[in-house]
Design a protein around this ligand. Structure first.
Ligand code: G3P
Ligand code: CA
Length: 240
């Protein structure tokens, strides 16, 4: 059965990558959540999408230039609505400590951009182990070298490589990377690719699908996971 994963929590309804966004996704009945991890100046993994805090907080600057104590003081909710002025940037530990069912999925995206955070793979895995969530996490990234490093450090942890381009026989490359899942932009796949990926034992977890009719088609094409800003839409289709 296709699983519905809340993108940055339930970012259609709450400020993205905040505890209230994650709780909203859980309340809706999502099978899991997707979120983005960067490291602070003192190497604490924190959950925020951009490399800079400008768009989603009341301050400016790069995540890597803030200590955890400093970044924790920022308001991560008011940009979305004044109702959320108390929201803070969560630590990875905060998110992994949420009260969820045994089969809940935490899709941790290691952020890759213009800056690479040395040690982000090891630090993230330590927290996963501390929380005993080895069987609940999928680590994804556009930085495929980081995924290989995750597999080197922890071969049984599931990984998924993110892509935004259409690929030829993606399972060939994904298997070389030791990936467990293919994470494409939904606009780059079709029924045939999903069928062939499944045949090659490479389940497809696609992002970011916010249209009900596209979700419907993907579910019927047997996609493994749909990552969406509106998890309620996907759950409704599954329950129909
Ligand atoms: O994990 C899928 C998706 O979140 C990747 O893109 O930019 O939303 O992190 P982005
Ligand atoms: Ca993401």
């Amino acid at each position: 059965m296709t699983k519905i994963i809340g993108h940055r929590g339930a970012m259609g309804y709450r400020p993205e990558n905040t505890m209230s966004s994650f709780r909203k996704a859980i309340m809706i009945g999502a099978h899991g959540i997707e979120f983005d991890v960067h490291l602070t100046k003192d190497h604490v993994p924190v959950v925020i999408h951009d490399e800079r805090v400008d768009r989603t907080t009341d301050k400016i600057g790069e995540v890597k230039d803030y200590t955890f104590g400093q970044i924790r003081k920022l308001d991560a909710g008011t940009w979305f609505s004044r109702d959320f002025f108390n929201e803070r940037i969560p630590s990875l530990k905060d998110v992994l400590s949420l009260d969820v069912t045994d089969d809940f999925i935490f899709n941790i995206e290691l952020k890759a951009g213009s800056y690479y955070y040395p040690g982000i793979e090891r630090i993230t895995l330590e927290q996963v182990h501390d929380c005993h969530l080895e069987n609940n996490v999928i680590i994804s990234s556009f930085d495929h070298s980081a995924l290989l490093e995750v597999k080197r450090l922890a071969p049984t942890i599931k990984t998924g490589a993110l892509f935004c381009a259409r690929l030829y026989n993606p399972w060939v490359y994904l298997k070389r990377l030791k990936c467990d899942f293919y994470h494409p932009d939904y606009r780059t796949i079709d029924k045939e690719i999903i069928k062939n990926a499944n045949r090659h034992n490479m389940p497809v977890n696609t992002y970011t699908v916010n249209s009900e009719s596209i979700m419907h088609d993907l579910i019927h094409a047997d996609v493994n996971m749909i990552i969406t800003n509106y998890p309620d839409l996907g759950i409704r289709i599954l329950n129909y």
